[in-house]
Design a binder for this molecule. Structure first.
Ligand SMILES: NC(=O)C1=CN([C@@H]2O[C@H](COP(=O)(O)OP(=O)(O)OC[C@H]3O[C@@H](n4cnc5c(N)ncnc54)[C@H](O)[C@@H]3O)[C@@H](O)[C@H]2O)C=CC1
Ligand SMILES: O=C(O)C(=O)COP(=O)(O)O
Length: 594
């Protein structure tokens, strides 16, 4: 998949069987790295909000490090005149990212956030930076790469679409471009469905009408979705999620995508059809292809003319795939009866854009990726916490040789890219017992160096396909636990966790079920399952003013043995822990720092 062509370039072509963000074959020369489709575990959210790692490092993990000179050199910064060396790389963030993400970037780089720059300002500033992080609002043009004067090594796109980055110029000028293609997939799909349903029922229009004092029940009679045909144009990550949801609404779903595998579509009950068949038979047309030279203005006078009269269009992809003047004409003539648009060829659209004036158009300001969930990476956090917890359960910690990770998910195992999770588990295991700083780039290498073998298993389970992962289990074999109850029947130290309501939870220790959020500190006790245990331990902690944040009791058989998981805000002193250990019904206990 990856190949290096010269000292300064990382060249990647999409995996042969997978659709890429870019149209094959010409883009194989671009230095853009894309991940397999339907990988919900990408680090997009990291860069957006809680990054343990920035996106460009993440993407570099797809490569052999020997093939990634740009990444390697990022840690050594030279000014444009090559006169001074600084120890930290410099990163320019030109659009808003979450504070957690910025903090992490700041831990290894000098980060400057300059939001709302004009193109001229960006060109003026860029030569001071080794890396640039953008979202969809910054145009990284040839001029920007040229103005960088050779210093800019990587452009990280915190999101999917990389149409705002001049990839050709990046290639020519030796700059790596990476994106984070998956964390906002669900957000974008849900937004498409929101627009589909609200358009069909005139929600935005009637809302404005009621708020202006009117009560127009007849004017806003809508159309039903059930039994209608929806054409998904671009059956990639977002498109296929829209398809799943539309099937749930009782729609007949077809799709056009020249590169999508038919069996993947069939598995969701979607027929892949030609472009003309899709647009001529659909009642609703939802756009999910990338903006490329091939797809630019692919919806134009000619194609609108082929549509079923009165078709309705949703665009959560890119404004540029539609010729907006042609759309206005189609809307005015009734060829297209309604449109719901999240994206525009120019953002924000100019105030005199006709699209802003037509009542049969619903508009949102590029909100596709803007959900709280798309900005978080709870699974990544879960993975790290499980690693951290597992290592603390091992007697003598650093003797760990083999770790097995079991990912349970309703999704096809081939769709589960676990690189980031594996890296975070390794980080969680290694960092507490060594001085190493582990990130996605060096995780596998560091594990190998420490003689740690990591094996992974993906198990399909019957759970909600909405969740990328149902649970993650970390097993450490050939070792003794300092908390014997954490050992499974096969003698492995075993813990399991899930993301619940967006928060990582510990759900199993050994063969005991528990249910505690992985925050703060944790005391695990095994005791005789009898009344009054929670009170006794709670009192000991309370007497010393230690605040208990949660408690959960798990047992295998009633009135025999139970595990109590107690969350505490602060680390109890030795004396308090000793007192807990002296409670007669408590057989063993361990204090764990999360
Ligand atoms: N509104 C928003 O906030 C968001 C917008 N997006 C946009 O959605 C687009 C799709 O995102 P993903 O599904 O993650 O990308 P993806 O790469 O998984 O899917 C794109 C699909 O389009 C197909 N395609 C390429 N050329 C085509 C053509 N001429 N006709 C039909 N299909 C074609 C590809 O084969 C691929 O299957 C992104 O490129 C981005 O521009 C993505 C996330 C959020
Ligand atoms: O990820 C994408 O392609 C998007 O369109 C989201 O853009 P944003 O990061 O919200 O500016």
């Amino acid at each position: 998949m990856a190949s290096a062509s010269s000292a300064n370039h990382i060249l990647l072509s999409p995996p042969p069987s997978l659709p890429s963000l870019l149209p094959p074959p010409s883009t194989a020369k671009f230095p853009h790295i894309s991940f397999p489709p339907r990988n919900y575990l990408s680090p997009s959210s990291l860069i957006r909000s809680q990054p343990h790692l920035p996106c460009f490092i993440t993407n570099a993990a797809a490569l052999n490090t020997a093939q990634s000179p740009n990444i390697v050199s990022l840690s050594k910064t030279t000014d444009p005149d090559h006169t001074t060396n600084t120890s930290k790389p410099t990163i320019l963030v030109s659009e808003k990212l979450g504070e957690g993400g910025l903090d992490l970037l700041r831990s290894f780089a000098d980060v400057e956030c300059l939001y709302g720059m004009s193109p001229e300002q960006l060109c003026k500033e860029i030569s001071r930076f080794d890396a640039l992080i953008v979202r969809s609002g910054t145009k990284v043009s040839r001029e920007v790469f040229q103005a960088a004067n050779g210093r800019l090594k990587v452009v990280g796109r915190a999101g999917v679409g990389i149409d705002n980055v001049d990839l050709q110029a990046a290639t020519e000028l030796g700059c790596l471009v990476v994106n984070a293609p998956t964390a906002n997939t669900i957000a974008a799909a849900e937004h498409a469905i929101a627009l589909l349903a609200s358009m069909a029922r005139n929600v935005a229009q009637s809302d404005a009408s009621v708020k202006s004092g009117k009560w127009q029940r007849t004017k806003y009679i809508g159309v039903s979705l059930v039994g209608k045909t929806l054409a998904i144009m671009g059956f990639g990550k977002v498109g296929s999620e829209v398809a799943r949801r539309a099937k749930g609404l009782g729609m007949h779903v077809i799709s056009h995508d020249p590169y999508a595998p038919a069996d993947r579509a069939r598995a969701i009950g979607v027929d892949l059809v030609s472009f003309d068949d899709a647009i001529s038979t659909a009642d609703f047309i939802s756009l999910h292809m990338p903006l490329t030279p091939t797809t630019s203005k692919v919806f134009n006078d000619d194609t609108f003319a082929k549509m079923k009269k009165g078709a309705r269009i949703i665009n959560v992809a890119r404004g540029g795939v539609i010729d907006e003047d042609a759309l206005v004409r189609a809307l005015e003539s009734g060829v297209v009866s309604q449109a719901a648009l999240d994206v525009f060829s120019e953002e924000p659209p100019p105030s005199d854009s006709k699209l802003l004036q037509l009542e049969n158009v619903t508009l949102t300001p590029h909100l596709g990726a803007s959900t709280k969930e798309a900005q978080l990476a709870p699974y990544v956090l879960l993975a790290e916490k499980l690693g951290r917890l597992a290592v603390q359960l091992v007697a003598g910690g650093d003797g760990i040789k083999a770790v097995k990770v079991v990912y349970r998910s309703a999704r096809d195992p081939d769709d589960l890219d676990t690189r980031l999770l594996r890296a975070m588990i390794i980080k969680g295991i290694i960092e507490p017992i060594s001085d190493s700083f582990v990130n996605l780039v060096n995780a596998d290498f560091t594990a190998k160096q420490k003689g740690l073998r990591i094996s992974e298993e993906r198990v399909v389970v019957d759970s909600s396909p909405e969740n990328p992962i149902d649970s993650i289990q970390v097993l450490i074999s050939n070792t003794e636990s300092k908390f014997a109850s954490a050992e499974s029947e096969h003698g492995n130290v075993s813990i399991e966790g899930r993301v619940k309501y967006g928060i990582p939870h510990l759900t199993r220790v050994g063969s005991y079920s528990v249910d505690v959020s992985l925050e703060g500190n944790l005391i695990l006790c095994r005791q005789v399952d009898q009344p009054g245990m929670i009170g006794q331990v709670g009192n000991i902690l309370g007497e010393q003013n230690y605040n208990v944040s949660f408690m959960s009791v798990g047992r295998t058989v009633k009135r025999t043995k139970a595990i109590m998981a107690i969350g505490v805000d602060e680390e109890p002193d030795k004396n308090t822990l000793k007192k807990i250990g002296e409670v007669s019904a408590i057989e063993e206990f361990v204090f764990l720092k999360l």
